[in-house]
Design a binder for this molecule. Structure first.
Ligand SMILES: Cc1ncc(COP(=O)(O)O)c(C=O)c1O
Length: 473
């Protein structure tokens, strides 16, 4: 699967590359990595997580499982989670003073690099005027215009505070618009933790071995139909047996929550056609892929326009945000323009809007997506090469700044295929990489992310570390 995405046309890859612009941004973002003078071996000798362990033991008494989001808990890779102190550029530093090259990027938002100086300066300016108005502000118009002009399907947008909220809102809207109840989602796709979506919901739930969650009423999920990803025949059958009842098909257009899984070339166009034929809506959950695969998201990258789209992560530049948007005739059903109710105290707040605006502005610079493509290509091919050389079954792929690999020969087309990965091996690999100063997501079933701040040096260091660790497994 390596480089599978390269066969797809991307409007952005047709833009002229200005390597200097990429270098400029990468150098600025990576100020902290340039300062690192301690050798990797020296760092490893001093590697301890004592402070993290103490802090986590205290946290467990204060918060369920010691964390505020389950996948942070390291359950599937063993050991305790690391407690972090600061981020800058492509690096993240823990409370024991260990420094890591970071491929989690706060689970996606940090696409221009962590704690970008321009974003921080803009936030400081906005903050002088206050942190929340609970009333409209000009910055909402600015970010809305940017999102609408970037994302092909979005003619109107509603900002919320998280990806979960965005998916809850879009589901209610799809049901209100079509006056139908049933939805189709895909096994391994995650659309936040709202009740109707907690069915075969990928990473976090899978990592914990919970097929569904207690507390979700049966009634909330009886209208959620599921299908394996990339499985055209099951979708045809579901439409046949539920004629006139399906409000929408929702999916991650590239899966990041079951590991990294790409759609087969005909899959998205098939979904576009069958939803149209049945007067159902097609919803792309682009909370992860939006502004990541291309500036206009997966829908620009693949050239398939859904009816509705959810966004999050990148459009908040690291502050809490989400959004849903789509065709004007559908969006005008949302209150107060229409009767479908949805609201939020902090929605569209000036800080999140500011971080989003300045993150998107940086992404508009020339050469940005070329940089993401180049470093991620080097990274994933480097890891696959050293893995194979060391005799491991390993497969993986990438598109732009999103990647993943599995300890199985593949191909991986759906969550069942992904589960064939040797997760015990992944856990050992994971712990080894931590000691080498590389921070991946602590689960086999999560995609990884690069950023404009990742340098060739970061990538080479990561591949060298992977080679060393994989040889020892
Ligand atoms: C595709 C997708 N949808 C929805 C969500 C939920 O977003 P949040 O965690 O902001 O609620 C996520 C989170 O990772 C996601 O990856």
């Amino acid at each position: 699967m390596a480089g599978i995405g390269l066969s797809w046309p991307s409007k952005l890859t047709e833009r002229p590359t200005h390597a200097s612009a990429v270098c400029r941004s990468a150098t600025r973002c990576c100020a902290s990595s340039v300062k690192m003078t301690v050798s990797v071996d020296e760092k490893k000798k001093n590697f301890t997580l004592k402070n993290s362990e103490d802090a986590f033991n205290a946290a467990k008494e204060l918060m369920p499982g010691g964390v505020n989001s389950p996948v942070r808990a390291f359950k599937s890779v063993g050991g305790q989670p690391i407690i972090f102190d600061s981020v800058k550029g492509s690096h993240i530093r823990d409370i024991d003073g260990n420094d890591y090259i970071d491929y989690v990027g706060s689970w996606g938002p940090a696409i221009i690099g962590h704690a970008d100086d321009e974003v921080l300066a803009a936030l400081a300016e906005t903050m002088k005027k206050g942190t929340s108005f609970g009333a409209p502000c000009l910055l909402e118009n600015t970010l809305a215009e940017m999102v609408i002009s970037a994302v092909p399907s979005i003619e109107m947008v509603r900002f919320v505070n998280s990806g979960t909220e965005a998916c809850m809102g879009v589901l209610r809207l799809a049901r209100a618009y079509t006056n139908r109840q049933k939805i189709i989602k895909f096994e391994g796709c995650y659309h936040g933790h709202a009740d109707p979506f907690l069915v075969k919901a990928g990473s976090g739930v899978a990592t914990l071995g919970l097929p569904d969650s207690p507390g979700v009423p049966k009634a909330a999920t009886t209208d959620t139909l599921t299908s394996p990803y990339n499985d055209i025949e099951t979708i045809k059958e579901l439409f046949n047996t539920n004629k006139g009842e399906i409000a929408a098909v929702i999916l991650e257009p590239v899966v990041g929550n079951a590991g990294f899984i790409t759609p087969k070339p005909e899959f998205l166009s098939f979904l576009r056609e069958i939803t149209k034929e049945n007067d159902s809506l097609l919803i792309f959950d682009e909370v992860m892929t939006g502004f990541r695969l291309a500036y206009g998201g997966a829908q620009e990258y693949f050239g398939i326009t859904p009816d509705l789209t959810t966004l999050g992560k990148i459009i908040g530049g690291g502050l809490p945000v989400g959004a849903y948007g789509g065709r004007r005739d559908i969006m005008e059903m949302v209150a107060p323009a229409g009767p479908m109710y949805q609201a939020g105290t902090l929605s569209g707040n000036p800080l999140a809007m500011t971080a989003g605006i300045h993150t998107l502005k940086r992404l508009q610079g020339s050469g940005t997506y070329e940089h993401l493509d180049r470093v991620t290509n080097q990274l994933i091919n480097g890891i696959l090469n050293v893995g194979k050389k060391a005799g491991h079954a390993i497969s993986g792929g990438y598109i732009s700044g999103m990647f993943g690999f599995f300890f199985t020969d593949g191909p991986v087309y759906n969550f069942e295929d992904a589960k064939k990965s040797d997760t015990a091996k992944f856990a050992k690999f994971y712990r080894g990489m931590l000691e080498e100063g590389v921070y991946f997501a602590p689960s086999q079933f999560e995609a990884g992310f690069t950023s404009l701040a990742h340098t060739d040096q970061d990538i080479q260091q990561t591949i060298d570390a992977a080679e060393k660790v994989l040889r020892q497994l």
